[in-house]
Write a protein that binds this ligand. Structure first.
Ligand code: FAD
Ligand code: SF4
Length: 505
């Protein structure tokens, strides 16, 4: 009987469950890794994402080989052909795979017609197993991230003293919403010039025959575990002290501010959530870093990341198709080409995504997703776009973040109201409006900012559904105070804008 292991592209850790299960006889255990062109062609992925994933896979295959595993690495048209050949050539009787975090990929493996038994091992790249999350959520009256996060703090003993939160509070979010000041000294992100292996992948991606997105020039993401660990150390030293305070700020030309840039590495398995949380917690005790920053970062990973992963596996398989507001507008073309918009906030963020594949949370939520929500873009089309263009995007993180948090298309499974906002928020939290041809305080007159007329159009269109949420009463009361003539003007501006931005117009 021969056990073989298939290591998927998001499972690049020697501690992952399938490799761990055979670690004592690696010299006799065949391991396969496959790059599938068909898989990569299913959407217009960012070129830098393709380079990151494929280069990280090739580097990881070399690590496994150096450790003594029998590694087969295939660049193929699809997954099935090399898999079948490898099973036959190595007389494999059991194929072991760590359960993929993406539901559709698990079904794909499950339905493969292979000449051996297929065993799934539980995914150990998250702190919470799907079973434990299910137990936590069962019979709860309310599904709140804050409750889940507090449970996680206790369960994993993070920032706790005598069963109480360190510092006396669970959450320092109110200290983490400072708008940007002028002339902030922002550290530049750590970057890694491509080594020969990455250079090879860059050349291959440049010559792909299917459509892709974004710029490949100046690729500087890390592609190995060592580099990912350097990013973590650099973040703790240079960025963490200010991370909390300016977490929500947006500044022209500053692509990363004090954000960690850890999501691509966490999502590929190059870093584990435990090691990030412990390193950040240690920095608090050893280097006396500010608690609002330390707690803020830990909440992102122990709280939001684990919670949204848990919700993805707990929700029904049709969660990704939900559309509570019945939004059907097509995604404006400029999402694929930033030169086609004159709205400065969108232009800045889209240009940044084109060049790096990255935007920070508030740019994703309050600029890109917010705009699509108030315009009425189809949540599914938006989800496809996010999945294609972001360097850290995978199915599990798309459904909950885009369908749930960003678009409220699930009707509020875990959020109590939609993240919809007028230009006020962007004007307060960024410097984008200073250089825009629209006026952030106008909503119906000349140069009215589209975020304003679309916001009131959205509230008016969905007033009955929003009423049912309870938490929108103040906004609905403000809607009633708007002169009906002005509201009609805003609705006309919104309709004209939609007409002008139809993909075929
Ligand atoms: P930091 O701000 O430094 O935060 C630290 C870490 O916390 C991140 O690396 C990430 O691992 C974790 N985290 C924080 N919030 C979330 C969250 N809501 N969901 C999951 N992890 C979280 N995250 C992705 O990993 N991939 C995506 O494709 C993705 N798409 C998103 C789309 C939308 C519409 C929204 C609103 C959020 C999305 N997020 C996604 C979550 C979050 O924006 C990114 O994780 C974060 O911006 C990554 O940058 P960072 O590593 O510098 O994060
Ligand atoms: Fe964006 Fe409106 Fe501000 Fe222009 S004025 S940057 S469109 S929010």
């Amino acid at each position: 009987m021969t056990i073989g292991i298939w290591v998927l592209g998001t499972q690049l850790s020697t501690e992952q469950a399938a490799l761990k299960s055979c670690a004592n006889h690696k010299e006799e255990t065949p391991v396969i890794m496959i790059e599938s062109q068909k898989y990569a062609a299913q959407r217009r992925y960012h070129q830098k994402k393709l380079v990151l994933v494929w280069s990280a896979m090739r580097h990881f295959a070399a690590t496994l080989q150096n450790e003594g595993w029998l590694v087969t690495y295939r660049v193929a048209t699809d997954f099935v052909t090399p898999l079948r050949d490898w099973v036959e050539d190595n007389e494999i009787s059991e194929l072991r795979v760590m359960t993929p975090s993406d539901r559709a990929f698990r079904s794909f493996i499950h339905n493969l017609d292979l000449d051996c038994q297929v065993s799934f091992l539980p995914d150990n790249h998250f702190l919470w197993s799907t079973e434990d999350f299910q137990q936590w959520i069962d019979n709860r009256k309310r599904i709140l991230m804050e409750d889940f996060y507090r449970q996680g703090r206790k369960q994993f003993n993070v920032l706790m003293a005598d069963n109480q939160p360190v510092g006396g509070n669970w959450n320092y979010d109110q200290e983490n919403r400072k708008p940007p000041k002028k002339n902030l000294a922002v550290p530049s992100p750590l970057n890694f010039p491509p080594d020969p292996l990455t250079q090879e992948v860059i050349e291959e991606v440049k010559s792909l025959s299917f459509p892709t997105y974004g710029e490949i020039e100046n690729f500087d993401w890390g592609v190995t575990r060592e580099q990912a660990q350097q990013v973590l150390s650099y973040f703790i030293e240079e960025d963490l002290p200010n991370f909390g305070t300016y977490q929500d700020a947006m500044v022209t030309g500053e692509k990363t501010l004090w954000h960690s840039l850890l999501s691509p590495y966490l999502n590929l398995g190059l870093l584990s959530p435990e090691e990030v949380i412990h390193a950040v917690e240690n920095a608090y005790y050893e280097n006396y870093l500010p608690l609002n920053s330390v707690e803020g970062l830990i909440r992102q990973i122990l709280g939001w990341r684990e919670f949204l992963h848990g919700i993805y596996h707990w929700a029904d398989a049709n969660y990704g198709e939900r559309n509570w507001f019945n939004h059907q507008q097509p995604l404006p073309d400029f999402f694929w080409d930033s030169t086609q918009t004159d709205m400065n906030c969108l232009k800045q963020v889209l240009q940044q995504v084109e060049s790096t594949g990255y935007a920070h949370h508030i740019q994703r939520l309050m600029v890109l997703s917010n705009f699509a929500l108030i315009v009425g873009v189809s949540p599914q089309e938006l989800k496809e776009w996010f999945h294609a263009v972001f360097i850290d995007a995978y199915d599990w993180v798309m459904e909950t973040n885009v369908i749930g948090m960003g678009q409220f298309a699930d009707g509020g499974v875990f959020a109590s109201k939609p993240y919809a906002s007028s230009a006020n928020y962007i004007n307060k939290m960024s410097d984008y409006c200073e250089n825009c041809c629209y006026h952030p305080r106008r909503r119906s007159q000349n140069q009215a900012c589209p975020f304003n007329f679309f916001y009131w159009d959205f509230i008016a269109r969905h007033r009955e559904q929003l009423q049912s949420l309870g938490r929108m009463n103040l906004v609905l009361a403000n809607l009633r105070k708007i002169d009906p003539e002005e509201l009609a003007q805003m609705q006309e501006l919104a309709n004209n804008w939609r007409e002008k931005h139809r993909p075929d117009s």
